[in-house]
Design a protein around this ligand. Structure first.
Ligand code: HEC
Length: 257
């Protein structure tokens, strides 16, 4: 600005050439303002209390001595117990298994049990031509559940037509020792594998199947008997395949909100 010089002239205390100490020195010593200002030394040279210097010195000395002793003040010896074995955490012990859908649970268990069937019916469920009938595409598998349960629990023999092909062979009571969970699992697995698309079998239905099977006596069944007495669905409530189950307890768990 053009009038900057004149502005400075009006405010001489902003002029850099003025030494504040000198300017204050020129003021009469008796002035109370001078008394206050005198205690301020050159810029940045304010007096530090002697006490503060002494106390700081003591702190440094004591601190150095403590650290020099190997830091026993800061040692953890008091806090750590030797020979202490950490106990097992209760949370670690019970591994939390996330719930899965009842369909997935039955299929998973059924797949394991299927190893007892695969030697004859093959991993692909296709069976072996003329000897072992297929489970893939078999109406005995995807049809009414009571007849399927009777086959697995008691075995089957004699003439049987499977997917339009005649067989006349024998199958032992492979599932004679299956409980309700196992029977439900193997049935669900073969009813929902290799393109088979039938309903799942609940453990409750399988339990009813075991009761029905017990009544008939235990010898292997025949296609004729199955069609006459067991061509129906097992009693028992159906379950939504998406119902969440605890894989440990096989109990339904409430779905998370
Ligand atoms: C030792 C060989 C063998 C094993 C192991 C075996 N089966 Fe069979 N299965 C047969 C034979 C043979 C037949 C046909 C019997 C007949 O001709 O009457 C058959 C028939 C069947 C049928 C009815 C016909 C069809 O193909 O749909 C089903 C269902 C069946 N088996 C399921 C199973 C299941 C499930 C298992 C395992 C838990 C199993 N089988 C284990 C040999 C076997």
């Amino acid at each position: 600005m053009a009038d900057s010089q004149s502005t400075n002239d009006l405010r001489p205390d902003l002029d850099e050439t003025i030494n504040v100490s000198e300017a204050h020195g020129a003021i009469k010593d008796s002035s109370p303002a001078v008394g206050r200002e005198k205690s301020v030394r050159e810029n940045g040279m304010e007096a530090v209390s002697l006490w503060l210097i002494l106390v700081s010195g003591i702190v440094v000395l004591v601190g150095g001595a403590v650290l020099g002793q190997g830091g026993s003040f800061f040692g953890y010896d008091e806090l750590t117990k030797t020979d202490h074995v950490r106990g097992k955490s209760p949370v670690e012990e019970e591994t939390i298994i996330p719930p899965i859908s009842v369909l997935a649970l039955l299929q998973k268990e059924g797949q394991k049990l299927y190893s007892a069937c695969a030697s004859c019916h093959q991993a692909s469920g296709a069976g072996q031509s003329g000897v072992y009938p297929p489970l893939a595409g078999s109406e005995w598998v995807t049809g009414n559940t009571e007849q399927l349960a009777m086959i697995i629990h008691n075995g089957v023999g004699g003439p049987i037509k499977v997917a339009g092909v005649d067989y006349n062979n024998n199958m032992g009571a492979i599932g004679a020792n299956f409980g309700p969970k196992e029977l439900a699992s193997i049935m669900t697995f073969i009813r929902t594998s290799w393109g088979n698309d039938a309903s799942l079998v609940t453990p409750e239905m399988a339990e009813n199947a075991l009761a029905i099977s017990k009544k008939r006596g235990g010898k292997p069944t025949t296609a004729e008997e199955l069609q006459k007495n067991h061509d129906k669905m097992l009693p028992g409530d159906t379950l939504d395949p998406d119902t969440l189950f605890d894989p440990e307890t096989w109990e339904p768990v409430p779905a998370a909100e």
